[in-house]
Write a protein that binds this ligand. Structure first.
Ligand code: SAM
Length: 175
């Protein structure tokens, strides 16, 4: 199990998707202190620094972003905000085991109180133990099998594209 380096464009695109769909916080999880410092620097530039004067709407999104050491820390911080442990749902381009559909989770989010932590990976994806420990596994996003489309099947999305699609499935307007 390894960790990946921070990608600036991921911070921006995850923040903007989160802001569009009403997500409360975007945690960038890395055990590497220097990388967490970089998250703070980038966020600071857009929320308080030069970036905020030139693009105030970007600040609205970037202020949702915060670094964290581990998923356990994320869950503790979310629990502290909502006074109950959150449900944790994981994503992968190749999910297996007991899977909860997007429609079912969308319904639960509307009927049940509490917070949801959606977990996305980078690099080779989430570590197996993170997937094992999660409360829910979401289906891999794929092209409709009824639509031939172009080229052989391929579903390896960037984390920011996957996150935007998942947020739209769970929180987007239908129709
Ligand atoms: N092979 C890795 C995997 O299967 O998760 C690819 C990692 S991908 C670069 C970055 C992240 O985006 C994944 O960890 C997952 O969270 C999400 N992701 C990418 N493609 C996806 C798909 N087709 N369905 C669901 N999530 C996807």
């Amino acid at each position: 199990v390894g960790t990946t380096a921070l990608t600036n464009v991921d911070l921006h695109d995850l923040a903007r998707a989160a802001r569009c769909y009403g997500v409360e916080q975007v945690f960038i999880v890395t055990p590497i202190e220097v990388q967490r410092g970089m998250v703070d620097e980038v966020v600071d530039h857009w929320v308080q620094g030069e970036g905020s004067r030139r693009h105030p709407r970007r600040a609205e999104a970037m202020r949702l972003v915060t670094p964290a050491v581990s998923l356990a820390e994320v869950c503790e911080r979310v629990a502290a905000l909502s006074s109950a442990a959150p449900l944790v749902a994981v994503t992968s381009a190749a999910m297996s085991g007991r899977i909860t559909g997007y429609g079912e989770l969308r319904q639960r989010m509307r009927c049940e109180p509490g917070s949801l932590v959606l977990v996305f990976g980078t690099g080779w994806g989430l570590a197996p133990e993170v997937i094992e420990a999660a409360d829910l596994r979401l289906p891999a996003l794929t092209r409709d099998p009824g639509y031939a489309g172009h080229g052989s099947p391929y579903n390896h999305l960037s984390v920011r594209a996957a996150a935007a699609i998942v947020l739209d499935r769970l929180l987007g307007e239908r129709g």
